[in-house]
Design a protein around this ligand. Structure first.
Ligand SMILES: [Zn+2]
Length: 258
């Protein structure tokens, strides 16, 4: 179990890091962002704190949170993370007003925002048009609740997607690397996926019975070919016939409803 989830999480982590790097690049452009001082010292890239602001000693935190949780605001890859350093306060814009998030509140806000951002990014990799239900907020605490609520919606959606087999399911344990999207599996690959299937079950429903006439598990590409827009390296997980058919039905319904 740990291994496959770890590999999936690692992929997401890489995606997030890439976004963070892109986001750092955005900050280098001279567009006037609130509180951004291009001359402020930075830790050199390559250092573990690379690209982040260093403490100027003034005690004022110049980093910014801008809410991408507001109903009329599209999520975008370069959207900002709250970067709380030390004990300073963080300016937060809600509607047309600025608030100060202090200390622990700023930390909770950053955590809620990161959780929301990460969960929505994971859903949107499978469903690019997915969005949480909009909700209004007028205070920093309200914004934190909005982020948490949107993260929960996205996490619920991820669980639904896992239940129809379009992402690694709760029983995903062992998998093998796919050579490509094709289904020209070798005897060795079939045997490898069968072994995981007999030991730990279908990755979506957990059954040890593949339900096929041949007694073989179906080798399931994850991410599924039809949803692999980012051309991620795919892996092969054991699928039972029922879950494989459900996955196929979900993908083709989705295709025809677009
Ligand atoms: Zn199954």
């Amino acid at each position: 179990m740990a291994r496959t989830y770890a590999s999936v999480n690692e992929a997401w982590r890489e995606l997030r890091n890439a976004r963070n790097r892109a986001h750092e690049e955005n900050y280098r452009t001279p567009q006037a962002h609130h509180g951004y001082d291009p001359d402020q010292p930075r830790v050199p890239k390559g250092h573990s704190d690379g690209g982040q602001w260093t403490d100027t000693g003034g005690g004022e935190n110049t980093s910014e949170i801008s809410s991408d949780a507001t109903p009329d605001n599209e999520w975008r890859p370069g959207s900002r993370y709250a970067q709380t350093r030390g004990r300073g306060s963080v300016p937060v814009r809600i509607g047309n007003r600025w608030f100060e998030a202090e200390g622990g509140q700023a930390v909770r806000l950053a955590a809620a925002q990161a959780r929301q951002h990460n969960a929505i990014a994971r859903v949107r990799e499978l469903e690019p048009n997915w969005r949480p239900k909009p909700s209004a907020h007028e205070t920093v605490e309200g914004l934190i609740r909005t982020y948490e609520g949107e993260a929960r919606q996205a996490e619920t959606r991820l669980a639904e997607l896992a239940s129809v087999g379009v992402c690694p399911g709760p029983f995903a344990a062992g998998s093998i690397p796919a050579r490509g999207p094709e289904r020209n599996f070798t005897t060795l690959e079939r045997a490898g996926v069968n072994r995981f299937g007999y030991e730990t079950g279908c990755h979506t429903c957990g059954t040890n019975d593949p339900g096929t006439r041949s007694g073989n598990f179906i080798l399931d590409h994850q991410p599924p070919n039809a949803l692999n827009r980012l051309s991620r390296d795919q892996r092969l997980f054991p699928h039972c016939l029922t879950c494989s058919l459900r996955q196929g039905g979900w993908i083709s319904n989705r295709g025809s409803s677009r």
